[in-house]
Design a binder for this molecule. Structure first.
Ligand code: GRF
Length: 197
C-alpha cells in the first residue's frame, strides 16, 4: 500500500512537480492532494495536469483568523488522508497547534543552508554576507520556524556577479533534486541525512 503524500503550495509549484514526478514505479509513495492558500497559484493547474486532486483554501477571507484558516486546511487534508505533508513553496506560517497535529509527518524545503538564514530573503542575505556557498535544506516541520531536524542539504557556489535571482535559480535546480531524494527516504522511515554533491 503506497504512502499518501499531500503537497502544500502558494505559487508556481515547481517543487511540487518535482516531488510528483518522482513518485512513480517502485517509489513507496504517491501524491494524493495539492492544496494552495492562493486560488491563483499556477501550481494548481500543474497539479491537475499531472492528474492530482488540487484545490485552494484562500487564506484572505479568514483575515487574522489563523485558526479558522488552519481548521479549513486540516479538514481538507483529512478528506485525502495523507500520511505525509510536504510544504513546497508554502508561504503561510503554521501555528504550533496545526504543526502538532502533523508532527513527525511534515516536511519543508527552505532555500538556505540551515541553520543559516531562517525566514525570508535568504539569497540576498547570503550574497550581502559574502558567502561563498549557498543552497537548500529539507527539514521536519516543528513549531520552531525553519528550525526542525534537517534531513538533507544541497550546496551551490555563490558567484561574484550573482544577484538574488541568479542564485535562487541555481538553488532551485538543487531543490528539485534534494526534496524527492529526502521524501523517498522519509516515507520509508529512513531519517538518515542526505547531502547532495
Ligand atoms: C523555492 O525557492 C522554495 O525553496 C521556496 O519557494 C520557492 C518557490 O518554490 N520555499 P516553488 O517553485 O513554488 O516550488
Amino acid at each position: 500500500m503506497s504512502k499518501r503524500v499531500a503537497v502544500l503550495i502558494s505559487g508556481g509549484g515547481s517543487n511540487m512537480v518535482a516531488l510528483a514526478n518522482s513518485m512513480t514505479g517502485d517509489h513507496p509513495a504517491r501524491p494524493v492532494l495539492v492544496v494552495s492558500n492562493d486560488p491563483k497559484s499556477a501550481g494548481l493547474d500543474k497539479a491537475r495536469d499531472l492528474g492530482i486532486a488540487a484545490s485552494a483554501i484562500d487564506h484572505r477571507p479568514f483575515g487574522r483568523d489563523r485558526e479558522g484558516f488552519e481548521a479549513a486546511l486540516h479538514a481538507r487534508l483529512l478528506e485525502a488522508g495523507p500520511d505525509v505533508l510536504c510544504l513546497a513553496g508554502f508561504m503561510r506560517i503554521l501555528s504550533s497547534g496545526f504543526v502538532e497535529q502533523w508532527r513527525g509527518r511534515m516536511l519543508n524545503i527552505h532555500p538556505s543552508l540551515l541553520p543559516k538564514y531562517k525566514g525570508l530573503d535568504t539569497h540576498r542575505r547570503a550574497i550581502e554576507n559574502g558567502d561563498k556557498q549557498a543552497g537548500c535544506s529539507v527539514h521536519e516541520v516543528t513549531a520552531d520556524l525553519d528550525g526542525g531536524p534537517v534531513l538533507g542539504q544541497a550546496r551551490v557556489p555563490v558567484l561574484p556577479d550573482d544577484t538574488p535571482e541568479t542564485l535562487a535559480a541555481r538553488v532551485l535546480v538543487q531543490e528539485h533534486r534534494l526534496y524527492p531524494a529526502v521524501l523517498r527516504r522519509f516515507v520509508s522511515g529512513d531519517r538518515r541525512r542526505i547531502d547532495l554533491v
